[in-house]
Design a protein around this ligand. Structure first.
Ligand SMILES: [Zn+2]
Length: 138
């Protein structure tokens, strides 16, 4: 009976640390899992996880991990061979990625599969720092 898509877009207002602005972001439907809600930033078109329940508190994210990527860590050959980021592609650890929206290069430091079969990579960008991106989106 129904029209398969009752697509009513949910929007959540959240701060994007890349754009350094608040946006009403579209919620990316992640299936039944409620563990992670993904938002798509209309500014940089990046995906970022919705931080449920709050700005501060929890204290989970105070980690200062010493894996900053310095521009000189990517030599010209690596930049030339960088793969342009595309959410439908898949990447390997140590792949060098070029993100066109940000004009930034980064190196894949780890891969994670999230509930809901959502594959992500954590990329250490030269300018943006560590950012989680989706991969293998079909
Ligand atoms: Zn953004």
């Amino acid at each position: 009976m129904a029209t398969g898509k009752a697509a009513k877009k949910r929007m959540i207002n959240q701060h994007c640390s890349v754009c350094k602005k608040d946006f009403d972001m579209e919620v990316v439907d992640g299936g039944e899992s409620n563990d992670v809600i993904w938002l798509k930033c209309p500014g940089c078109e990046g995906f970022l996880p919705y931080i449920a329940g709050g700005e501060k508190g929890v204290g989970a994210d105070a980690g200062t991990e010493p894996s900053e990527l310095a521009p000189e860590d990517l030599d010209s050959e690596e930049r030339e061979n960088a793969r342009e980021y595309d959410e439908s592609s898949e990447y390997e650890v140590d792949d060098v990625i070029y993100h066109r929206s940000w004009n930034d290069y980064g190196k894949v430091i780890t891969k994670e599969e999230l509930p809901g079969h959502r594959k992500t990579i954590i990329v250490n960008f030269v300018n943006q720092g560590k950012i989680r991106l989706l991969e293998g989106v079909t």
